[in-house]
Design a binder for this molecule. Sequence first.
Ligand code: PLP
Length: 287
Amino acid sequence: MGRVAYVNGRFVRHADAAVHIEDRGYQFADGVYEVWAVFGGRLADSPGHFARLKRSLGELRISAPMTDAALTIVLNETLRRNRISDGMIYLQVNRGVAPRDHPFPNPEVSPSIVITAKAIDLAASEARAAKGVGVVSVAENRWGRCDIKTVGLLPNVLAKQTAREAGAVEAWFVDDLGLVTEGASSNAWIVDADGVLRTRDIQANILRGVTRNSVIRLMADSGITLDERAFTLEEAKSAREAFITGAGSLILPVVRIDGAIVGDGVPGPVAKRLRALYIGEASVRAA
Ligand code: PLP
């Protein structure tokens, strides 16, 4: 069997998977999503993603489509049916199908749920990390609730396109004060000129990255000092290292910011070490 998706209670051929035209995810981006990295067929950082899903749904007052235990079974079955060993799994839950009208449907309708999975080539991902990637800066123009992992991603889409057209992989949003908030699909980090690891604190208007949390846990005994403090674009350009974290990028060294070379222009030791620790731990858990 080829690629399979889970749509509202059924596994269907990916090519035939469809939602209703009155689906509120389609009409209003009235929904949330999660993405898990998958190693050896196992969900990475699962509790963190489940906790964030619950929080995102709660903030938007969308009912959970099923229990965590049932969702775990469906996610794992999606991985199995797609024969995913290393890859990514995407889940969207939205407010459901109802005649188009902005307020919540009354009475409430069942939430819609879609799950897709895809394999990634870990060797290609490693090769990209070994070279490092470029990022470009864009003006922060998102709404004030970036802590909710909503499917409303138009600013992120435009930012990513700007990055792609500039030959970069990620875009960093920069706020009115000149401070980097986060990437279009990742959290942003530097090892500053003093050797301090810095990333924006989660009280800021950013997504509370699950990979970000794992990195903080992994570096706890490393002797590296962490300061959850915002940095400017200029500080990033003159940093010793920069990198991004996310379920898609894992830990990915950044070697160019707006064309300026960061550090020695090659992935730095902290990013390399954290990436190895992260993938090593996830792989051991999957074994
Ligand atoms: N920030 C944004 C805007 C994202 O879209 C993502 C991931 O998609 C992240 C940060 C990283 O979050 P996580 O590590 O949970 O994947």
